[in-house]
Design a protein around this ligand. Structure first.
Ligand code: SGN
Ligand code: CA
Length: 514
């Protein structure tokens, strides 16, 4: 008997759940959580000891990506293990076809108890879950409304705490404990408008965050990037995003979101408002007095954004810690795969931006950490190219369910077990559709290899971009059409067409034929 088996058996004597069933799955996802703000990836901004625990006891995927960098589509890719054009949910304006095959349905059929709590954002009601208690739409940070298995309810408090409470309540009180479980714990945080819990207000007050070196990017040679509407300076709203809803009504927005900003504040109860005011009123007063403009205003906005966003992350990390402690207390850690990810990456001021959508690194990448009890090496860094379509087949393989042929992702279990599969993918496919749309990021698709990225912006534009990620990790120099890149361009175009044929999205070969 190996060491792991001995440990598991002795643990089982205190809790019988540990060894007798297939492995449980806890799939934790936050919304818009950038890898830059997880200390397992990056120590510049914040320490996230609890999220890091997942990777320390398991693995951190260092080349993890999404298929379409936006919420609903990303969630649909994860549920189905298929790219957007196959699951039909190509942009946030769609409604998910819940009659299609998803991993929760397949797990449920195989005898799992399945549940989803928190953000769902797929418009149609969840299918394939024994229990669902979801936020309505994007959900609110304070006193949010939920749909609890079809019934609307408002719950008082702060969303990240509430969603964790609901998850713990289901695990402890509501599920059938004779079955293995698959729980999707999906936070609303840290999505816009980055409203911190009252206990985290001011947590970064003594910190001045360094400005990204490309904060004042001029987007030379990158037309789509120059036409976006997600700039901190230009598009981030003073009242809505940065909470400058003054009582005197003297501060006015630079966008049309002022009314929404004032409404967000009015959702707070009087005790919450008192704490909120105690923190933001002095900032509002100071902001009014300084009458900032130009670069000073841009940099003030960047600092406020970072302070709020990171304060929201503190609560996410604390709640992940609460969840891990609960699993430990219940003797569930040794028989549960724990996943932490986000529905996409996010800009922390790189290129001057917030939001996501682009196939550029900050939004194409997404954090991915997995705690796998029988992992070969604890704290392993897994460098292979992986994508969010891979989660579904991973969960199915773990549960011993046959992976259906039409699933396009690949199970990550061999990587978690420390294997080095020879034929692992060498390139990734990406396709973003939500245009015309909020933030004005044009439609594009592309291919990324370990070193290069080729993107085609199409629809109302026809522009190619090529990046050498080794020499230009921040994607500032579009090499497409320059001297010396003819060979790599041809290779990448070939790879792109190959992927589009493989995934049955042959848009490039169709465009070429036109
Ligand atoms: C909302 C936000 C956008 C954000 C989208 C998509 N605007 O519409 O800034 O890009 O969600 O985000 S807001 O005025 O409503 O805050 S996603 O992660 O859900 O796809
Ligand atoms: Ca998101």
């Amino acid at each position: 008997m190996g060491i792991t088996a001995v440990a598991a058996t002795s643990h089982a004597s205190t809790n019988k759940e540990a060894t007798k069933k297939p492995m449980n799955i806890l799939f934790i996802m936050s919304d818009d959580h950038s890898f830059q703000t997880i200390s397992a990836y990056d120590h510049r901004f914040i320490e996230t000891p609890n999220i890091d625990r997942i990777g320390n006891d398991g693995a951190v995927f260092t080349n993890s990506f999404v298929a379409n960098s936006i919420s609903g589509p990303s969630r649909a890719c994860m549920l189905t293990g298929k790219h957007s054009h196959k699951n039909g949910f190509i942009d946030n304006a769609h409604k998910f076809d819940g009659s299609q095959q998803t991993f929760p349905k397949l797990l449920q059929k195989a005898g799992y108890q399945t549940a989803v709590v928190g953000k769902w954002h797929l418009t149609s009601n969840p299918t394939g879950f024994d229990y669902w208690n979801i936020l309505i739409g994007q959900g609110d940070y304070y006193n949010p409304h939920f749909i609890d298995n079809g019934v609307k309810k408002q719950i008082h408090g702060y969303a990240t705490n509430i969603v964790t409470d609901l998850a713990i309540d289901w695990l402890g009180e509501k599920r059938d404990k004779s079955k293995p479980f698959c729980l999707l714990l999906h936070h609303k945080a840290p999505h816009r408008t980055w409203m911190p819990d009252t206990c985290d207000l001011g947590a970064f007050d003594d910190v001045k965050f360094p400005l990204p070196e490309n904060f004042y990017d001029k987007y030379l040679g990158r037309v789509a990037a120059s036409e976006q509407e997600m700039s901190i300076f230009k598009d981030m709203d003073i009242v809505y995003d940065l909470k400058m809803a003054d009582k005197e009504n003297e501060i006015h927005s630079n966008t049309s979101l002022e009314g929404w900003g004032r409404a967000l504040y009015s959702n707070l109860d009087s005790a919450q408002k008192a704490k909120w005011d105690a923190y933001y009123e002095p900032i509002i007063k100071d902001f009014k007095a300084r009458k900032l403009s130009g670069k000073e205003l841009a940099e003030w906005k960047y600092q406020r954004y970072m302070h709020d966003y990171l304060s929201v992350i503190r609560s996410v990390d604390r709640n992940i810690g609460r969840m891990l402690d609960y699993l430990k207390k219940e003797g569930l850690l040794d028989n549960t795969l724990i996943v932490y990810t986000s529905d996409q990456g996010f800009y922390m001021g790189e290129h001057g931006w917030f939001d996501k959508r682009f196939m550029y690194e900050e939004s194409f990448r997404t954090p991915l950490l997995m705690r796998y009890p029988s992992a070969a090496r604890k704290g392993a860094k897994i460098p292979q190219l992986v994508q969010n379509i891979d989660y579904a087949p991973t969960f199915l393989e773990l549960a011993g369910v046959k992976i259906p042929q039409d699933i396009q992702g690949v199970s990550l279990l061999p990587l978690l077990k420390g294997e080095k599969p020879k034929n692992w993918r060498k390139s990734l496919y990406y396709h973003f559709y939500e245009y015309p749309g909020e933030h004005a990021v044009k439609r594009h698709y592309g291919v990324r290899t370990e070193r290069y990225k080729l993107i085609h912006f199409y629809n109302d534009i026809d522009k190619w971009e090529l990046y050498d990620l080794k020499n230009d990790p921040h994607e500032m120099v579009n090499l497409y059409g320059t001297k010396g890149v003819e060979k790599i361009t041809a290779l990448l175009k070939k790879e792109l067409v190959k992927l589009q044929i493989q995934y049955d999205d042959p848009i490039e070969s169709l465009l070429i034929k036109k």
